[in-house]
Design a protein around this ligand. Sequence first.
Ligand code: CAA
Length: 379
Amino acid sequence: MQFEFNEQQKMIQKMVREFAEKEIAPGVMEREDKEEFSRALLDKAGELGLTGICFPESYGGSDGDYISYIIANEEIARVDDGVQTGYAASVSLCAMPIYNYGTEEQKQKFLVPLAEGSKLGAFGLTEPNAGTDAAAQQTVAVLNGDHYVLNGSKIFITNGGAAEIYLVFAMTDKAKGVKGITAFILEKGMPGFTFGKKEHKMGIRSSQTQELIFQDVKVPVENRLGQESAGFKIAMTTLDGGRIGVAAQALGIAQAALEHAIKYSQERVQFGKPIASNQAIAFLLADMATQLDAARLLTYRAAYLKQKGQPFAKEAAMAKMYASDAAMKITTDAVQIFGGYGFSREYPVERLMRNAKITQIYEGTNQVQRMVIAGAILR
Ligand code: CAA
């Protein structure tokens, strides 16, 4: 067994940490307060090769491996997981399925700019009545000669409005339920494709979340991803991978909370001694560190399996569920250690606690992860 990153992965970890601390950290509170999405930071990630880290050079990538991509997610999330959310939505949920299911023409046209970081991607699955029940899609696509006509809408779309390339799911045969969903690649600027309500969120406020609206949008047949009716499987397998990214996001948040809690508890003096010298605090820190380690092992195990081309859906769900619950617990405990200061927006831990919450919710609530895990072990 190998419990260490290899030399290249360590180099990437160091490079991303430096990038995150130098470029992303300075504006974190301002972006948070103003709900400001920074395209410039994602462009910079592209220049550093991070948007193409897990794709071959022939598709605009930098020929790294999948574990390196997960390392990049953890390191960016440690500093600003709003930025990481935009990054992961583009790479995991848009570029990756085009790489896995796209034709050579689609890869050249859409994957190359996504991997190079010159274009940003998004994933449009969720609708007002199709959240956990992803099969209840209302958006419809009707074939009309050489194009499909799309009508409907999508909500809570990360990078909505900001992205240039959108992977959108629509019903091509309603009677067939999950077997009647098809995936399409849409481009910003297509007539009839507009953006609606922007969400004001509890956390990850530096990510942009907006509604997509389709009114008689003509999508050329060559923009269909995979076969007609293959959309649900494309969505589910894409989310399997995306969940490892969410687990890495949770690791980054929890790592930051633990670091802040350790530092604060060694500096904060009450009753004449640092609060860390009380077992009540030291044991809390010990639990936080242990939970974080367990979450990290699950996350990198899932990434390792995906990288090796082995089945990983169950392990990804376990990692996402455990790491997000651990992040919620660790950030809550960090706020507790900070006491009243932890509740203040002047200190970083309240932001981490708010942000941890989304990792238990998106890319399938943790109840969904249990459905996936239970399905796999009972099958
Ligand atoms: N891989 C491959 N195939 C899969 C699959 C997977 N992971 N999961 C399901 N399928 C297949 C099944 O095998 C089945 O096909 P067959 O009949 O041929 O065997 C078919 O799909 C239907 O499967 P189910 O009956 O299990 O499907 P279901 O409707 O009961 O759904 C679910 C199961 C796990 C709840 C699923 O709907 C789900 O994951 N829901 C959550 C959706 C979600 O994560 N949404 C997140 C939105 S995106 C987001 O959050 C991103 C962001 O903003 C950053």
